[in-house]
Design a protein around this ligand. Structure first.
Ligand SMILES: Nc1ncnc2c1ncn2[C@@H]1O[C@H](COP(=O)(O)OP(=O)(O)O)[C@@H](O)[C@H]1O
Ligand SMILES: [Mg+2]
Length: 227
């Protein structure tokens, strides 16, 4: 298994209340290398919390996590930055592009603090990705000059520029209309298959979820296979 999670727990401090909110309660999950999985579930179920933990953005309270043999919760400093740049790639619901940077610059932003060799590699891969995503003639456009669907495609290129082995996508189509949502989802699957990476994506759409290899439902703090 490329991703393996056992008995994961996570609570958040609740504002104004004495007891914490228990969000993940002994969650188990597994994903094979090169496979895709969707996570569905009600709002507030803990889907983003789970992806953030896998991506090294939040830490779990307890449990076992292995992402390609690494536990993001055990990493710090340069090891954690390296994990976030090269092991996983994140796509969020909102593109988080910097308005003052061009399309190409936005893809390269995560690599500014990296080594020269990494920056050069990201340049090459970034251009190739933008081309593959139909943005080859938009490299010097600003985010304000492209559509919402195109901005989200730039976010996909940025997530893949470090050649990660796992894409974590948290409602990547949540801010798009139906036709742009379908288009982005199709591109995400295409990129995942062509590059042989694993994909874990949250969506509210059953229709989109069914297009991935596995579907899981997050409910009562645990994940269950829905298909
Ligand atoms: N940083 C935080 N501090 C306190 N509570 C949080 C924090 N992040 C998330 N929560 C709470 O944890 C629960 C799960 O949130 P989230 O993972 O965002 O769910 P989902 O993505 O499934 O909608 C919600 O009740 C939310 O309010
Ligand atoms: Mg969420």
């Amino acid at each position: 298994m490329f991703v393996e999670v056992k008995n994961l727990t996570k609570s958040h401090a609740s504002q104004g209340e004495s007891s914490d909110i228990s969000v993940l309660r002994g969650l188990d999950f597994a994903l094979e290398s090169g496979r895709s999985a969707a996570i569905v579930g009600p709002s507030g179920a803990g889907k983003s919390t789970f992806l953030n933990i896998l991506g090294g953005l939040e830490r779990a309270d307890s449990g076992i996590i292995s992402v390609g043999g690494q536990d993001p919760g055990a990493l710090a400093g340069n090891m954690l930055s390296d994990y976030r740049r090269h092991k996983v790639g994140f796509v969020f619901q909102s593109h988080h592009l910097l308005p003052q940077c061009s399309v190409l610059e936005n893809v390269l932003v995560p690599f500014l603090p990296a080594s020269k060799a990494e920056r050069t590699a990201a340049q090459v891969v970034g251009r190739e990705l933008l081309d593959a995503l139909g943005l080859g003639n938009r490299l010097n456009h600003m985010p304000s000059q492209i559509s919402g669907g195109e901005r989200q495609r730039v976010a996909v290129a940025r997530a893949l520029a470090g050649r990660p082995q796992l894409i974590l996508a948290d409602e990547p189509t949540g801010a798009l209309d139906r036709s742009n949502a379908m288009q982005l989802w199709t591109l995400l699957i295409k990129m995942q298959r062509e590059r042989g990476v694993s994909l874990l994506a949250v969506t509210h759409s059953e229709e989109l979820a069914r297009q991935l290899d596995d579907v899981w439902e997050l409910r009562d703090g645990k994940l269950e296979r829905a298909s």
